[in-house]
Ligand binder design. Structure first.
Ligand code: FNR
Length: 386
């Protein structure tokens, strides 16, 4: 089928449309991973390698995909992961995303380095959303940011711990997203804008201001990504340790999720530090290339933390089947990163809502045909262990 006629259905359809819609540097920023992208590929391939076990004649008329996370009930065990710079991909993307998440009954997590501010998102939201924090050297700014998050109604803080230094992303370097551009490269990048007129109108013209809404005092513009990278390199704090969790706890009285745990040892530390939940994650294959996929690490982490700790996993979730596989592998909940921003870049809020409805119906069908009717019954038994 010609891509002109494509009605997007799956995550990969939205990816294809996003590729057409976005200037190359922005598409590559979303799509890419670090170094040779082996972990990025493994995140997806290791889901594909898992086989489900078909089970028939089990009365599956009433399927219930609802899932609990930190005391709240959601329509399925899925949330929207924090994505930096989302508002450069679709007009005021973080506002569209929080609305789509609410309509679909799932949580939305706002990134520290979002385009829309906490306050702009809060205005559009009718319920509390989650806020993600990167630790900055300037602790007084962190304190101020968390006070803003609280005032914006956030009750859940997602503290990301796997970006104390930034993994080199070769695509970004080639596109000048991670350093200085030569005059020729600048000229080539400028040519991308008129050749992507829908993005130009929707985001470049109507989607202003292009500021980091939560950091406007610190980083003046989201358009100079080289300046932004310099700021990240100088401000993100590599001296951070498990001790800082105590400090965070002293200034944040809501739920605390630690995101970016990938080893059983760190998972134990995270539980000991009093985290309410952990996100098993390798940052979508954007940090240390060569580490294991999140889906492969999830059962090993479940083994060491036991049943009491909430395990959220992300990396490579592209369908409702993947959510079922993640739960069968020991996760309580999952997040999607690229899938949601591809859908939003391609078709805005409607596109994202449609994709989330697809995920839900894929879960319904996967559960029916593996013979389970609720999330609690999704165990390793739904996977083919032969
Ligand atoms: C991210 N991720 C991320 N994580 C975070 O804690 N704060 C952030 O600002 C960002 N920004 C960001 C931008 C982009 C473009 C991507 C693709 C990812 C990581 C993200 O939250 C999540 O861990 C991964 O995206 C999960 O992998 P998948 O679903 O993209 O395969």
């Amino acid at each position: 089928m010609s891509s002109m006629n494509l009605i997007p259905v799956s995550t990969s359809d939205y990816r294809r449309l996003a590729k057409k819609r976005l200037p190359r540097n922005l598409f590559d920023y979303i799509d890419g991973g670090s170094y040779n992208e082996t972990t990025l590929a493994a995140n997806v391939q290791d889901f594909e390698k898992l086989r489900m076990k078909q089970s028939v004649l089990r009365d599956v008329e009433n399927i219930d995909t609802t899932a609990q996370c930190l005391g709240e009930t959601f329509s399925m065990p899925l949330g929207l992961a924090p994505i930096g710079l989302a508002g450069m991909m679709s007009r005021r993307a973080e506002v569209q995303a929080v609305k789509a998440a609410e309509k679909s009954g799932i949580p939305f997590c706002l990134s520290t380095v979002s385009i829309c501010s906490l306050e702009e998102v809060a205005k559009a939201a009718t319920k509390p959303f989650w806020f993600q924090l990167y630790m900055m050297r300037d602790r007084s700014y962190v304190k101020e940011l968390l006070a803003r998050a609280k005032a914006a109604g956030c009750k859940t803080l997602v503290f990301t711990v796997d970006l104390t230094v930034v993994g080199a992303r070769y695509r970004d370097a080639r596109n000048g997203m991670a350093g200085r551009l030569s005059t020729f490269a600048k000229f080539r990048a400028a040519l991308e804008y008129p050749t992507h007129p829908k993005w130009l109108l929707d985001v470049a013209i109507k989607g202003k201001p292009h500021l980091f809404g939560n950091l406007e005092k610190l980083v003046p513009s989201a358009r100079s990504l080289a300046d932004f990278k310099d700021w990240v390199d100088s401000q993100f704090d590599p001296t951070c340790t498990w001790k800082d969790i105590e400090w965070l706890r002293s200034i944040w009285d809501g739920d605390l999720i630690i995101k970016g745990v990938l080893s059983p040892e760190d998972a134990k530390e995270a539980v000991a530090s009093g985290a309410d939940a952990i996100v098993v994650s390798n940052h979508g294959g954007r940090q240390l290339d060569g580490v294991s996929s999140s889906i492969n690490m999830t059962p090993r982490i479940r083994d060491v933390v036991g049943d009491k700790t909430m395990i959220i996993m992300d990396g490579g979730v592209r369908s409702g089947q993947d959510i079922v596989k993640a739960v069968a592998n020991g996760a309580d909940f999952t997040l999607i990163g690229r899938a949601w921003i591809w859908a939003l870049a391609a078709r805005g809020q409607d596109g994202l809502e449609a994709l989330l409805a697809t995920f839900k119906s894929e879960m319904d069908v996967s559960m029916a045909l593996t013979g389970v009717t609720n999330i609690a019954n999704i165990t390793s038994g739904v996977l083919d262990q032969y």
